[in-house]
Design a protein around this ligand. Structure first.
Ligand SMILES: Cc1cc2nc3c(=O)[nH]c(=O)nc-3n(C[C@H](O)[C@H](O)[C@H](O)COP(=O)(O)OP(=O)(O)OC[C@H]3O[C@@H](n4cnc5c(N)ncnc54)[C@H](O)[C@@H]3O)c2cc1C
Length: 498
């Protein structure tokens, strides 16, 4: 809707954020007859708007141009989508169920009821149907991924084809800049249109400033239209019987905090996990043309038990040059071999937790990488280098400053012998989780078993903030399954909200 003046809307449910959590919940509730308003700060782009102009797309689809930073040693660069469909519009499409051991841990440590695999099975299946979770068509897999698999096979390591939410994805390798073919079934082309079909309303370009409270009861939200150059325009108020924050694990705690919400646990914004991620750049003698074919067609799962997953992730040359160790002519020489590169990355299930503070109403993340996790990353880089040499790599640039390029297999061992400080590590992430964690105990958790904020009424969180712990796999499907589960709970008590 285009909003021409200050406006007040009424609804049964207002959901702030239209990403993995928000769009899923909106569709599930609208389908069962609830009057839902979704509010999204970002713009409503369509598939036709998405191009291979990486820097232009980053400016349009990502918050802060994709350059958000968690303060720590090392600082961790992180990215959040800011557009209708949220981060699902720019994500890689990996779609994995929460590992059983994690669900069991949530039951055991957070006391969450009905969260085990047998309880979640139907929710996962429903999500997988809605977003079409499938293996890639084989012809969409490029040579960089074939080399990753070849290396894993040579080492005898477990490697599996990735499951992705897509319909005959041709492998244009543009996931991170909006899918130009519409093959990726992001929330933009799955749950958002489904919600609209069932009568939900969507207010895009509207930023929610505050949740409106009457005592402990949430009664609506107030915000403003985001005008050109992010200027504040008309005021928007939505009054509702249920208020949901689905802004993601960085924005949700800030929204709750600036709305004056205090939880008995004092844990709002704490418990931030990040799945710290590092990348290696391997150069081969043969042409690789890593931009051809889908990225992350496979995952190396051999070290899953240690909390490490490996994958090949082609990165556009401009972004790669900006984020790779090296400078001047040396960097120029490296980039001249762009067509011979395999860029590989890893996901690390972390043990440290950071926090999001609300400073003048804006979130600022703080995260200190644990020494244990730093050592795990060094081991991961050594192992992944072994794999890449086994696949035929000529040299490998590590994510560690002042560590010379690895030129042969035996060099991988030197990584264990050197002192590599955390400050030398170039760490990034796209998986922020846990800042309004679920848990039965109100003195330890921010939200209850279904995401209702402890000690508040009619106020719910429905996004990655809910995770009590990191999950060790890509989080989108877990968020969507938890949203589906939360919707079922709301619908069980539907008379409260209509
Ligand atoms: C580049 C990238 C690649 C990724 N790859 C994968 C992958 O392959 N597989 C996977 O499982 N996960 C992946 N992820 C992570 C996954 O996409 C996210 O974990 C997931 O989308 C988070 O869901 P969410 O509902 O918590 O938040 P989001 O999906 O980020 O949605 C939050 C929405 O809320 C909006 N919002 C925030 N504050 C306000 C406000 N005040 N007012 C109005 N709107 C607001 C935001 O603009 C945003 O659109 C990736 C993420 C990124 C960024």
């Amino acid at each position: 809707a285009t909003i021409h003046g200050d406006t007040v809307y009424d609804a049964d449910v207002v959901i702030v954020g239209s990403g993995a959590g928000g769009a899923t919940l909106a569709a599930e509730l609208a389908e069962c007859g609830l009057d839902v308003v979704m509010i999204e700060e970002g713009r409503y782009y369509t598939t036709r708007d998405f191009t291979a102009d990486a820097s232009g797309m980053i400016r349009q689809l990502y918050r802060d141009g994709g350059a958000s930073m968690a303060i720590g040693d090392p600082p961790v660069l992180f990215q959040e989508g800011r557009t209708v469909g949220g981060s699902t519009v720019v994500n890689g499409g990996m779609s994995w169920r929460t590992p059983e051991r994690i669900l069991e841990r949530w039951r055991r440590e957070a006391g969450i009821a009905n969260i085990e695999m047998r309880d979640m099975e139907a929710y996962f299946a429903r999500v997988e149907k809605r977003i079409n979770v499938r293996h890639q068509d084989p012809e969409s897999i490029g040579h960089d991924n074939a080399l990753l698999k070849q290396g894993a096979d040579a080492k005898g390591w477990r490697v599996i084809p990735n499951l992705r939410n897509q319909v005959h994805c041709p492998g244009s390798n543009n996931c991170a800049f909006g899918c130009p073919t519409g093959a990726k079934q992001s929330a933009l082309v799955s749950y958002v249109p489904r919600a609209l079909h069932f009568g939900a309303r969507l207010l895009s370009d509207v930023k929610v400033d505050k949740i409106l409270m009457h005592g402990k009861r949430a009664i609506g939200v107030s915000g403003h239209v985001v005008g050109e150059d992010d200027r504040k325009s008309h005021r928007v108020v939505v009054r509702a019987k249920l208020v949901v924050s689905a802004c993601g694990a960085i924005q949700t705690p800030a929204l709750l905090a600036r709305s004056g919400i205090r939880t008995p646990s004092g844990r709002l914004g704490k418990n931030l996990s990040l799945h710290p991620n590092v990348k290696l750049v391997a150069t081969f003698d043969e042409p690789v043309r890593g931009w051809e074919g889908v990225h992350q067609a496979y995952q190396v799962r051999e070290f899953e038990g240690e909390g490490l997953l490996f994958a090949a992730v082609n990165i556009p040359p401009g972004v790669l040059a900006m984020t790779t160790n090296g400078r001047g002519a040396e960097l120029g020489r490296l980039m001249a071999d762009y067509d011979k590169m395999v860029v590989a990355g890893m996901l690390c299930e972390d043990t440290a937790t950071g926090r999001v503070r609300s400073i003048n109403g804006r979130p600022q993340a703080f995260y200190q990488l644990a020494q244990f996790d730093a050592e795990k990353l060094i081991r991961g880089v050594a192992l992944l280098s072994e794999l890449l040499f086994a696949a035929g790599a000529r040299s490998i640039i590590t994510p560690f400053a002042h560590v010379p390029a690895l030129e042969r297999h035996d060099d991988t061992r030197t990584l264990y012998d050197r002192t590599i400080k955390r400050s030398q590590m170039e760490v990034v992430t796209v998986h922020m989780m846990g800042t309004a964690a679920m848990g039965r105990d109100r003195t330890r958790a921010v939200t209850d078993d279904h995401g209702f904020v402890h000690d508040a009424d009619r106020l719910m969180v429905c996004d990655a903030s809910l995770f009590p712990t990191p999950i060790g796999v890509n989080p989108m499907e877990t968020i969507m399954a938890l949203a589906t589960r939360a919707a079922a709970h709301v619908l069980d008590n539907v008379s409260r909200y209509q």
